[in-house]
Ligand binder design. Sequence first.
Ligand SMILES: [Zn+2]
Length: 397
Amino acid sequence: MTSELRMHCAIPPYILEDLLGSDDGEVRQAALNSLLTTARLRGERTVLAAFPGAATPGNGRRTVFDCRNGTDLALAVLARSEDGQPSTDGAANRAFDALGRTRDFFQQVFARNSVDGQGMRLDGYVHYDEKYNNAFWDGREMCFGDGDGIIFSDLTGSLSVIAHELAHGVTEHTAGLAYRDQSGALNESMSDVFGTLVEQWTLHQTAEQSDWLIGREVFTPKVQKDALRSMKAPGHAWARDPQPDHMSHYVHMSGDHGGVHYNSGIPNKAFYLTASAIGGYAWEAPGMIWYEALKASNSETRFQEFADTTYQKAGDLYGDGGTPQQAVLGAWQQVGITLTGIPAGVAKEQGRTVGESGDAGRQDSVAVARQVQTLTGRVQELSDDVAMLKGRMAGSR
Ligand SMILES: [Zn+2]
């Protein structure tokens, strides 16, 4: 499929941009460097993504490389492979283990063979750049920064974040949720859902036992932030956490691709409420309902349609009117979404705009036009990023 490959970063832009105003010069510098590296990479990855053949089959085999604080992946050296010995480097081992946990979760819980469902190999690159305050999945590999050591810790330390990143690959290869506005917020939310599920599954925690935090480990102990996000209490992971937990607080903005890291709080809360109402292990019925709903979604799916689909899938899987379906209904209600009960196929047609109608029978010329449109959009994003950073630099002097 011609899925839209995109660079997905673990640390949302609003957190790094916030640090540009820090009193600590070292913190400002690391944040600025991280934003600049990310902006530059986004441009490079856009070019790469225009060429097919990104995914290499390999039965989900893991290979971890050490970038030795460089950014050229071609110069990275092998740190650990599937059949090799553990590395003497903790970061390499943590990345290796987290890639394995995520792969095994999808295999054992959803019978899904790696990220693409076809055994895609999993390559990780640790010690990416110097003091790089991020980790990212770019459609073919995952890169991890060491963090600045002041605000951010080594990014290999968080299983929920690593699973979140790989889950973007799963979404790309299933629904392909477009990374903007509501479909983008759903894309983000699905990654948080899988991120916490991989962690809960690994720790053998029930919905009640989990703290439902994403990225608990990314901040150093000096920082007054619990985590990047809370699915249980969106908007409360840290003092100025901007996530809404209800449709009445939906954030309308042009930045962050229409607030994808903000509004993901709404479906995140719906998943948490569903899992809490059902009880037990969240990767069982709640996870299966969300995974099936993801597979039944498409690039333009919005909150309403996704919510309706989870209701329908809960009925298909566990019976109409059963506890899981009632839990789903109540959960969406509590975040301000009233289920329509319209079959997903009908709802899809209503949610679409002219010219974006359908995956089947799409003409090649349309596909090419869309690709050009996407590339143009990316170039615009890149120049927006650079303009924003220039403004920030000027402002912080
Ligand atoms: Zn993400």
